[in-house]
Ligand binder design. Structure first.
Ligand code: IMP
Ligand code: MG
Length: 175
């Protein structure tokens, strides 16, 4: 029988502090009118905190979500990314901030960014809560990074392992 052990990597206070600082960086880089595009499901908690931190910086972003998928139910990416939900309309000419939970191989963020540019977005800035540069398969550097981490498997704060653990209020590592 196997048991999953989760240890804390960043606690709630560390995450909150970093999100607040990221909002400060983002507020200086965006123009007045921009829309956050979160990638589901993993980014939903991060986006929820980020928009309120951005509000404290005087920003009034719109909020949209896209659903893309590269993972099956396991810990390894399938290597193929596809849109599994609806495409957004009305993004032509808009400035967007694309937000994901983790940049791993880089395929999801690159795929989503290209998709939004193809649909006419005027500018797509990118933000990830976590970055695993050692795992990269395609060239991808997010404009805003919360934490740079080693090659470990993360859960919590919206991020799942086989659809579990999203509810954890901290960022954990599966041992
Ligand atoms: P990429 O396309 O390989 O960069 O993968 C990005 C997506 O894979 C992220 O949006 C996550 O949903 C998922 N992912 C990557 N690493 C982890 C992890 O450590 N835990 C849970 N999901 C992960
Ligand atoms: Mg994801």
């Amino acid at each position: 029988m196997s048991m999953t052990v989760v240890s804390k990597l960043f606690d709630e206070t560390e995450v909150a502090r970093r999100v607040e600082a990221l909002a400060g960086e983002i507020s200086k880089a965006v123009s007045g009118d921009f829309v956050i595009v979160g990638l589901l499901k993993g980014s939903f908690v991060f986006v929820a905190d980020l928009i309120r931190a951005l509000d404290r910086q005087g920003c009034k972003p719109g909020v949209e979500f896209l659903r893309v998928s590269s993972y099956g139910s396991g810990k390894e990416s399938s290597g193929r990314v596809r849109l599994t939900g609806e495409m957004l309309d009305d993004i032509a000419g808009r400035e967007l901030l694309l937000v994901d939970d983790i940049v791993d191989t880089g395929r999801s963020l690159v795929f989503a960014r290209n998709l939004l540019l193809e649909r006419g977005a005027s500018k797509v800035l990118t933000c990830t809560l976590l970055d695993k540069p050692s795992r990269r398969q395609v060239e991808c550097q997010a404009d805003f990074v919360g934490f740079t981490i080693e090659d470990v498997f993360i859960v919590g704060y919206g991020i799942d392992y086989a659809e579990g653990y999203r509810h954890l209020p901290y960022i954990g590592v599966v041992d």
